[in-house]
Design a protein around this ligand. Sequence first.
Ligand SMILES: [Zn+2]
Length: 209
Amino acid sequence: MDIEKYKRVVEKFALMKDSEMSDFDFFAVARARDFIQAHAIGLRYFVYMGAPYDRTKGFCRDKIGKVFSINELLLLKDDPNRPAIPEYDPVLHLGGNNCFEGEDHCNHGLSFISNSRAARRRPDLDIAKPLSTPSWVDLMKGLSLAEIELVRNFSSRLSRNRSELHTRAFDLMARKSIALALSEDGVHRNGRKMTLQEFIPELVQELGL
Ligand SMILES: [Zn+2]
């Protein structure tokens, strides 16, 4: 996908008022803008937004309100029913002249949603769930008393002299790191898996605690 191309489209019309733009360009710019934003924050799924009217053609009618992936969107380029637009680009043109009888442009939008929401609405997409971060209690299960003491001391250090937001970010990072160190993969130094006793002091240093 060519994000730079969409940025150029947005920039080209940046100083123009919406009312000065053709409908064709207005909807292309709106979709390009949403696409750039979604790409920047890592969203990959969207709802095909808009209302069906009496004269809405099948190409868009079948898709309205449904969830699609960016990959599926880009594949519309090879769809036999794709709009007959020179240099058709699914992001810029979407349904094009296959959207509404008598119009050359598609008035539908890309409303990007989170992965978890997309997963609920499209179980067939097999969207990978992010690795969950264990709680401190879960982390301490199966540890020796000395190790528990070590982890407890460490977790209490995290909240010193920090804003709540800062603490939460550190806390999350620390739990993820410790979970990795305890996992089968482990954290390695010089070709050897580190013990918790070796790893925690490193983490303290790394986080500047
Ligand atoms: Zn449309």
